[in-house]
Design a protein around this ligand. Structure first.
Ligand code: 6R9
Length: 653
């Protein structure tokens, strides 16, 4: 991020103290920081006791082979039992677990007792299909209750799930099915989005026609939209046929704390997505604790709503595992915020009297753009706490969020974390921290984070550098699925004994942390990580493209916008005069990777700037895309290419 935008970030000087009543009743007080500082492992051992273990762990952390951590390794538990059954056993079976709101307006409330029965039946169904502990199950679903049931059923039988975002293409799904060597895919005919039924099953059929996916024995299909689907006899099964006839009884088996819980793919700079592996006991401990601490959840009275898709880590940790392990009542919403109208989310808040609301800056900026009068039409007085995640939130959006959604009285917690960290790492505590718009501020109790310079030296207050995590944490990724070396290279080689998060950060004069965006080549578009290399590969796969270089250019709406520089093949360059090729290339990328990866701009150029070793210098292209003076060009093979590229550009971006 440029110094100029950093200056903008820091311009807002207001501080917001926690409301007195919230502070007085808060789940977690300032004392937690002291306790964790005095005995970090003791602190986490205490948090692990939030869970129900069939064998209590005696060892908190085994760090004898860093950076391969084992948390609570001699403990045994069942994650699904912790998220469902134990609440029923504690007498909360009638409490609503999920208020489901479909995009077309259909709704259904599911109690913990009902959820227990559904999860048990789905677990029995998977067992009938021959799924065993350790087998991987891919889940490619819309935002419906069966998605949560499917994930919990996998957890219950110890079969790691790999949820693939429903907006991803058949190619992306195939890559992930192949990498995880999945045995079963759970999907639906489709889901409702943007006012219509969009299909999912055809992408599964296409993905499973690709080589390397042959080990998928069954596809279980939830009927959501009722649209026609192609059917492969012997492989495909309707969820309602298979699951409904199962017994409601299933005895949960206890697994080791380090038993794999799920794989979730995140983009990497080398193109191939990284399968982030999370395990059971440490992950559940941290997501449960952070959900309790950061959102101050009171399970008897709160209604929690996290708007993320279950296909992203935020959905895993703060729709499924965090809230359910805490016995929360929550809203699950299927569709987009603007269908059938731009007040849809606020209508849902009013309908269910949501008290805690967690969303992403990109959604807040969209709501700002649509106008203050829209949320003003709804009764949002139930809200008492707001959260943000996914990208840096600019102070303007933070203030708008507090003012127009939170009536100028709710705390806003800006939570920094990653797929890799599993749970929230840096965030204000709503009953403790005087919040600063735009800053995630402080590591949570038990978490050690700081900002270092190129030489790994901690920077003084007021200076910037790289965000690093300096001690292992319970919900840390354990490795990259099938690739320990890549785990070491990606996160642990940049600085010795420090986890490199890949984010730029700054400490302000109070020592509070401000996140400044990705420092590597992964672009952050509307809260989604997209690798430059993946988009480049997609472009080059088109016959008209010879070479491509992709950068993320700062964008006020989506944090970064994808900007592609392409070298066209001869004949194609002529066709371009007619204008159609650029549109075709954008559509091509959308088909290959999904609409989120569609470049905002595609600029045909004659040459790309490269170093002598042949690496594309994206830094310079970013300068061009952001209309900046070029940085150091001395390592270029041919510095004249840059002036040629600049000439091609319309003067203002
Ligand atoms: C949870 C999630 C991780 C990347 C992360 C950072 C960005 C997330 C942020 C934030 C500034 C915040 N990020 N939360 N940046 N402030 N509060 O989003 O996981 O999809 O893996 O993305 O998102 O750049 O490194 P994931």
């Amino acid at each position: 991020m440029s110094n100029e935008s950093l200056a903008n970030l820091l311009r807002e000087e207001r501080r917001f103290e926690p409301p007195a009543q919230l502070a007085a009743d808060a789940n977690v007080t300032a004392e937690a920081y002291e306790r964790a500082k005095a005995d970090r492992l003791g602190f986490w051992a205490e948090q692990a006791r939030r869970l129900s273990w069939s064998t209590e762990p005696t060892e908190t952390l085994d760090w004898s082979n860093p950076p391969f951590a084992k948390w609570f390794k001699d403990g045994r538990l069942n994650v699904a039992y912790n998220c469902v059954d134990r609440h029923v056993e504690a007498g909360h079976g009638d409490r609503v677990a999920i208020h489901f709101e479909g995009e077309p307006g259909d709704s259904r409330s599911i109690t913990y007792a009902e959820l227990r029965r559904e999860v048990a039946k789905a677990a029995n169904a998977l067992l009938e299909l021959g799924v065993r502990a350790g087998d991987r199950v891919a889940v490619y679903m819309p935002m419906i209750p069966e998605t949560v049931v499917a994930m919990l059923a996998c957890a219950r039988i110890g079969a790691p799930h790999s949820v693939v975002f429903g907006g991803f293409s058949a190619d992306a799904l195939a890559t992930r099915v192949r990498d995880a060597d999945a045995r079963v895919v759970i999907t639906s005919d489709g889901g409702y989005r943007k006012g219509g039924a969009s299909a999912l099953k055809p992408a599964v059929d296409e993905a499973l026609s690709r080589p390397g996916t042959e080990n998928v024995r069954n596809v279980v299909v939830v009927r959501r939209t009722g649209q026609d689907v192609d059917w492969t006899e012997g492989r495909d099964l309707w969820w309602h046929d298979l699951v409904e006839r199962q017994s409601e009884e299933h005895t949960p088996e206890a697994f080791e704390a380090e038993h794999p819980l799920f794989i979730l793919y995140t983009s990497g700079t080398t193109g191939k997505p990284k399968g982030i592996l999370h395990t059971s006991g440490g992950y559940l401990t941290q997501v449960s604790y952070t959900h309790h601490a950061v959102f101050d959840l009171k399970p008897d009275t709160d209604v929690f709503w996290c708007t993320a898709d279950v296909g992203w880590v935020t959905g895993h940790s703060y729709i499924v595992y965090g809230p359910l392990s805490n016995g929360a009542t929550q809203v699950l919403y299927e569709g987009t915020p603007d269908s059938p109208h731009k007040g849809r989310w606020w209508e849902v808040v009013e309908k269910y009297k949501v008290t805690i609301f967690y969303t992403a800056p990109t959604a807040i900026r969209a709501a700002m753009k649509w106008g203050d009068d829209i949320p003003a039409k709804f009764d949002l007085s139930s809200l008492r706490l707001l959260g943000s995640v996914g990208e840096p939130i600019n102070p303007e959006a933070w203030i708008w969020y507090r003012q127009h959604i939170g009536a100028g009285r709710t705390p806003v917690v800006d939570t920094w974390w990653q797929t890799e960290t599993g749970g929230i790492m840096i965030s204000p505590l709503p009953g403790v921290t005087a919040t600063k718009p735009g800053s995630a501020q402080v590591p949570l109790p038990g978490i050690s984070a700081t900002v270092v310079d190129d030489e790994a030296r901690e920077v003084p207050d007021g200076a910037g550098g790289y965000l690093v995590l300096t001690e292992p944490w319970p919900s840390m990724l354990r490795t990259i699925w099938g690739d320990d070396q890549r785990y070491l290279d990606t996160y642990w080689s940049r600085f010795e004994n420090r986890y490199f998060a890949g984010d730029g950060a700054k400490k302000d004069d109070d020592g509070d942390i401000w996140l400044l965006g990705r420092v590597d080549d992964v672009m952050l578009v509307s809260g989604h990580n997209i690798s430059t290399t993946e988009v480049e590969s997609a472009l080059v796969a088109h016959p008209a493209v010879a070479e491509a270089a992709v950068v993320g250019a700062a964008d006020p709406q989506t944090t970064q916008a994808i900007c592609a520089f392409v070298i066209l093949r001869g004949a194609a360059a002529e066709e371009l005069e007619e204008g159609g090729l650029v549109d075709e290339l954008r559509a091509h990328v959308a088909k290959q990777l999904g609409p989120i990866a569609k470049p905002k701009r595609i600029l045909p150029v004659a040459e790309l700037p490269k170093t002598r070793s042949g690496k594309i210098m994206r830094r310079l292209l970013r300068d061009v895309a952001e209309n900046r003076e070029l940085g150091d060009v001395t390592t270029l093979t041919d510095s004249s290419v840059m002036s040629l590229i600049q000439q091609k550009l319309p003067s203002a971006g």
